[in-house]
Write a protein that binds this ligand. Structure first.
Ligand SMILES: Cc1cc2nc3c(=O)[nH]c(=O)nc-3n(C[C@H](O)[C@H](O)[C@H](O)COP(=O)(O)OP(=O)(O)OC[C@H]3O[C@@H](n4cnc5c(N)ncnc54)[C@H](O)[C@@H]3O)c2cc1C
Length: 490
């Protein structure tokens, strides 16, 4: 049995704690915030409940895997509960009165696309099939193992990948790949948007992002019972059941070491927690700059471009909007110009793409009778400095105009809260408020993500969105598994 200290109770930290405790180690978690969850927080306003961060839940099998680590017995928490949805997103374009619904039944989706734009259903099904093949071929190397462990390159998954690498879209950008597959610009835009899944730009991100549509169209779309917030709350229950000690409002201040291996963690309350293993789930920047100032920081990795951030409005909205579903995207007219604006000026510009998530469509208890809870997110550059009150007011006016132009109505807002990049950074420690750590805007990005195990200090590990395999809930859960494997490799 070892003493393990996990710094940060984001989804990656919680999953790591569950895994370590299930192995029989003595685990302590230090969380700076008032409760667990990190970006997976929630807030309530005038009878509405909002998930503050993620809204899209894929790969539920990763939560089920954590449930399976907890033995049956009295007081064992029930398994994680979620529902399977029949559609992912309602897509809207200005001038088209009806949304295109992305059914999870791919044949139905392809038929609707053909009926609407004449794009052959066969071509769409082929595209989704090749996304599946690419995902299955690469997951064993890029998602489920450390890229910095030689054993990865000797694994069966690596040999399989090597033998079929020619089948993968390894050249060019995601947009170039999609433009080759489809003539219809709106269909290109629809598949380009998958770059935003990890905060990237489809006109820069590599064509390999083509693996992402498979998450929704192959694996499916799901909703946790109780909303996204129930993900960290469930992991907290598992951790408590396994005997993990969780200290909230208890920031780690320093990772203590003897030059060769970690020995403990000092917290802001003046305590030292002895440790054989330390797992940092805090963003890589504060981990090196604040917790390990005496270690050589990996400057090249820390200097990488960040993923996008977001400005989010949480609106309680009066009335029913029947064309909207759980996930909705109101596309800009010129996606390329929008991403160029984000890249060069930080904001989406006058015609933003607007993502609206309304959990009360599925979970009516999330809004009072006669109202809906709108989570309205726009992609912006991870640059906290530019989001003054004036900039937020300008964006809000652009969003309201966009909603009116697209849906023919302005939302009747009964309550409002706003989250800006600086709030994301302040609440979760995510450097510059990036949603997904470093961007994936280059073909080498996957290799430049920080490793999960330190080469400088024995016993030091890293998990979460700013390190390998990257951001997003599924990847953070997979990162926890990689840390567990590395820590227990004989
Ligand atoms: C608005 C928004 C929308 C998103 N949408 C989606 C989505 O739809 N689907 C999806 O899969 N992903 C989405 N993401 C990304 C996803 O939320 C993250 O990738 C993931 O939650 C990151 O988890 P993490 O393990 O890195 O920890 P984080 O959530 O980053 O949490 C890190 C924790 O560490 C704590 N901490 C930091 N420093 C210290 C310290 N010194 N001592 C103690 N504690 C410390 C912080 O308080 C925090 O609780 C979204 C993110 C945001 C913000």
């Amino acid at each position: 049995m070892k003493n393990v200290v996990v710094i940060g109770a984001g989804v990656g930290g919680l999953a790591s704690a569950v895994r370590m405790a299930a192995r029989g180690h003595r685990v302590t978690m230090l969380e700076a915030g008032t409760s667990v969850g990190g970006k997976l927080a929630e807030h309530r306003d005038a009878g509405h409940r909002f998930d503050r961060g993620p809204s899209l839940f894929t790969m539920p099998e990763l939560m089920e895997e954590l449930d399976r680590l907890v033995p049956e017995g009295p007081k064992r928490p029930p398994n994680f509960a979620y529902r399977t949805l029949d559609r992912s997103t309602h897509y809207f374009w200005e001038g088209e009165s009806e949304p295109l619904v992305a059914w999870t039944d791919n044949r139905k989706f392809a038929r609707d696309v053909e009926a609407r734009w004449g794009a052959p259903a066969k071509a769409l099904l082929r595209h989704l099939g090749s996304s599946r093949d690419a995902f299955e071929l690469t997951r064993g190397v890029f998602l489920e193992r450390s890229l910095h462990d030689v054993k990865t390159y000797a694994s069966a998954a690596a040999w399989k990948l090597l033998g079929r690498v020619w089948k993968l879209p390894i050249l060019g950008t995601l947009h170039a790949h999609n433009a080759k597959q489809f003539k219809e610009p709106k269909l290109q835009q629809l598949f380009n948007r998958y770059a935003t899944y990890n905060g990237s730009d489809p006109y820069q991100a590599p064509a390999m992002m083509h693996v992402i549509p498979h998450l929704e169209h192959g694996i499916g779309t799901f909703l946790p019972e109780g909303g996204m917030r129930s993900i960290p709350l469930h992991l907290e229950k598992l951790a408590n059941h396994l005997g993990v000690t969780i200290h909230t409002e208890c920031a780690a201040e320093r990772i203590v070491h003897n030059g060769q291996r970690v020995t403990g963690v000092n917290d802001a309350l003046g305590n030292t927690h002895q440790a054989d293993l330390v797992i940092s789930n805090a963003d890589l920047h504060p981990t090196y700059r604040k917790l390990l100032p005496d270690l050589n920081a990996p400057e090249r990795i820390l200097g990488q471009e960040r993923s996008t951030s977001g400005v989010i409005f949480y609106w309680g909205v009066r009335g029913d909007h029947p064309k909207l579903g759980l996930h909705n995207i109101l596309f800009s007219k010129d996606y390329k110009a929008e991403f160029q604006h984000i890249r060069e000026r930080g904001t989406p510009g006058p015609d933003p793409t607007v993502y609206i998530n309304i959990t009360s469509k599925e979970l009516p208890q999330d809004a009072p009778e006669g109202c809906e809870n709108w989570f309205v997110l726009m992609n912006v550059q991870a640059n906290p400095d530019q989001w003054t009150d004036e900039a937020v007011a300008t964006l809000k006016a652009q969003v309201l105009d966009k909603v009116e132009r697209t849906l023919g109505t302005r939302p009747d807002i009964v309550c409002e809260q706003v989250l800006r990049p600086q709030d994301i950074e302040g609440l979760t420690g995510s450097w510059k408020g990036a949603l997904y750590g470093a961007s994936s805007n280059s073909a080498t990005a996957a290799f430049l993500r920080h490793r999960n195990q330190s080469t400088q200090l024995e016993g030091l590990y890293f998990c979460g969105g700013s390190v390998h395999p990257g951001g997003g809930i599924p990847l953070c859960l997979l990162g926890a598994k990689i840390v567990d494997d590395l820590a227990h490799a004989s």
